[in-house]
Design a protein around this ligand. Structure first.
Ligand code: HC0
Ligand code: SF4
Length: 574
């Protein structure tokens, strides 16, 4: 440990700490902008500069190491003036249309300007002309808002190890963009949206589909169905001031009903259905020498990653569509049928924590008899905005239940899909009981829970030692696949999610300021909310969902039946 004083407060910290981390320990708040814990610690924006006694220049606290006896001042006039000048310079070349900006009130640049009391911007000079890339279905890049902090660049490069974004051009013309300045649509971007989550401003944002959904709702001839992904309930509250990890399932349902959706269902029903299809697919592959390991297919970011980077293992991917696509297909067939609705008049809206789902829903294969399974995908953030546009007092809503007709029941197994390891655990609960033909003593497969990079387990199921593994984030997915490919590891079943933490930290989830990320692991807090819901549900195994049983009895026949294949399965492209 070393001891130093910061603003006359003595603090002892480990010797590998930076001044920023030490100040945090002493409850002293140093402003940051480009800093993103463990991802972007580069000292580029110079907002975190401090006075270090004995040093001639001001030092960037986020990269400056502590030493014994060091004396730091974090908030002198000299420091404040320097920070203000730096900020004015950034603002002089920034598109300052805050009122019409999607990040209005959640922008880190905006809050800094307020904190530092910026009232006018003295530099009137040339401004870089911005480019907007809004060609993809998932992501919009607006360079007029970009402050070149590099948070997105390093997230894509170091967290995901994909490296789509980089600094292109030089000097005044520098931009953050895919190589050769191509559209995100033409880059090997998987639309995971982690760059959006990392962006402190609105230079990266999701493609906004709110108007499409309002139009459908206001058309009296259209039957509009909402379905909500497991992870949305664990984060939507943050848009309304709730602490990270607050579960708002009941209020979320109530708000969707107020917005005018004709039905509000839970994608968890689709998740339970996925487990039935995927679980039986696994059993079939194991029994009949099919291609193993089988790998989950519900994360569209992961699927794109696999198609781009591991085209040799597409056969290993489960053929199951993802739960929300299955749900859409069932709504437009079984549900429409039973309810006497014209499927052409049904508009399915998926509320997802994910930006890649927007592109997934537009894939040509994702249709039922020529109709889209899902017509629009909104992120958790977009739903938050819609609720505000609808002037709904979210915090004072009572809890309401999902609609119950035909597709209304869901199990704890479905809920935990939203956290890394959840799909695996849900599958094991079902596969175990099918193979063992008796109820499990303990349904909590804790070995696959948590945020460890790669999780492994071996479960004896009906005399077979089934080996499973879980990876989250494409960097870890790649590592795991390399081990499988070079023979270091052998598995029957692998769960892969495109984002670290799984869906709870998907690219469509509410923004968390970088400062907050120094204190909390969002992946852990939001996952807790899901495991909590799993614990309190009366039914926690997908195959015990009575509405799923009825769906098979009345319509699909049995898992992996011809009809199930037609509606619920898909294929992939090299
Ligand atoms: Fe997920 Fe899903 S669990 S991908 O992470 O499988 O986005 O939350 O909705 O479809 O159910 C996301 C979350 C889903 C799907 C489900 C799966
Ligand atoms: Fe990289 Fe994901 Fe952003 Fe695409 S969406 S640029 S893959 S971080």
């Amino acid at each position: 440990k070393v001891t130093l004083t910061i603003d006359n407060i003595k603090v002892s910290v480990p010797k590998d700490y930076t001044v920023l981390e030490a100040a945090k320990e002493a409850n002293i708040d140093i402003p940051t902008l480009c800093y993103l814990k463990e991802v972007n610690e580069v000292g580029a924006c110079r907002m975190c500069i401090v006075e270090v006694k004995g040093a001639r220049a001001l030092q960037a606290a986020c990269v400056h190491p502590v030493s014994d006896g060091m004396e730091i001042k974090t908030n002198t006039k000299k420091v404040r003036d320097a920070r203000r000048s730096t900020l004015e310079l950034i603002l002089s070349n920034h598109n300052r249309e805050c009122l019409t900006c999607v990040r209005n009130k959640s922008c880190e640049l905006q809050s800094l300007s307020e904190e530092l009391g910026i009232r006018d911007i003295p530099y009137g000079g040339a401004k870089v002309e911005g480019t907007i890339d809004s060609i993809s279905h998932s992501i919009v890049r607006d360079s007029s808002k970009c402050i070149l902090c590099g948070r997105c660049v390093n997230t894509c490069k170091k967290v995901q190890e994909i490296g789509v974004l980089d600094f292109v051009n030089r000097g005044f013309d520098t931009q953050v963009a895919p190589a050769f300045d191509v559209s995100m649509m033409d880059a090997p971007c998987i639309y995971c949206g982690q760059c959006i989550v990392a962006c402190p401003v609105a230079a990266l944002r999701e493609k906004d589909d709110i108007e499409k959904v309002w139009d459908a709702i206001s058309d009296e001839d259209t039957f509009v169905v909402a379905q909500t992904a497991p992870a949305v309930r664990a984060a939507l509250g943050e848009e309304f001031g709730y602490e990270i990890g607050t579960r708002v399932t009941g209020k979320m349902v109530a708000s969707l009903r107020r917005l005018g959706f004709d039905r509000v269902f839970d994608t968890n029903f689709g998740a339970d259905l996925t487990i039935m299809e995927e679980g039986h697919e696994l059993l079939d592959r194991i029994k009949n020498n099919g291609v193993l390991p089988m790998i989950t297919s519900c994360s569209p970011g992961w699927i794109r990653y696999c198609e781009f980077n591991h085209p040799d293992i597409l056969e290993n991917l489960s053929t199951c569509k993802s739960p929300h696509q299955m749900m859409g297909a069932i709504i437009k067939s079984y549900f429409a049928n039973k309810k006497g609705l014209n499927p052409k008049k049904i508009f399915v809206v998926s509320i997802m924590p994910c930006t890649s789902k927007k592109t997934e829903a537009m894939r040509a294969e994702m249709n039922v008899n020529g109709l889209r399974d899902v017509d629009a995908v909104l992120t958790t953030r977009e739903l938050g905005r819609m609720i505000k546009q609808g002037r709904i007092d979210f915090r004072n809503l009572g809890d309401e239940m999902f609609d119950q007709d035909l597709l209304g029941e869901y199990t704890g197994a479905g809920v935990i899909f939203g956290a890394t390891g959840g799909v695996m655990e849900a599958a094991l609960r079902t596969v175990a009981e099918v193979l063992e033909e008796k109820p499990l003593e303990d349904i909590n497969f804790t070995a696959v829970r948590g945020i460890e990079d790669i999780k492994e387990a071996q479960v004896n199921l009906g005399g077979i030692d089934v080996k499973v593994a879980v990876a989250h984030g494409t960097k870890m997915a790649d590592k795991l696949l390399q081990m499988v490919k070079n023979g270091e590891r052998e598995y029957h079943f692998i769960e892969i999610m495109g984002c670290s933490g799984g869906c709870v930290t998907g690219g469509g989830q509410p923004h968390v300021p970088a400062k907050k990320l120094m204190d909390v692991d969002v992946r852990v807090e939001r996952a807790k909310a899901l495991y909590e819901e799993d614990e309190i549900l009366p039914v926690r195994k997908s195959h015990e969902n009575t509405m799923i049983k009825k769906l098979y009895k009345d319509f699909l026949g049995h898992p992996n039946s011809h009809k199930a294949h037609e509606l619920l399965h898909t294929h992939y492209h090299k």
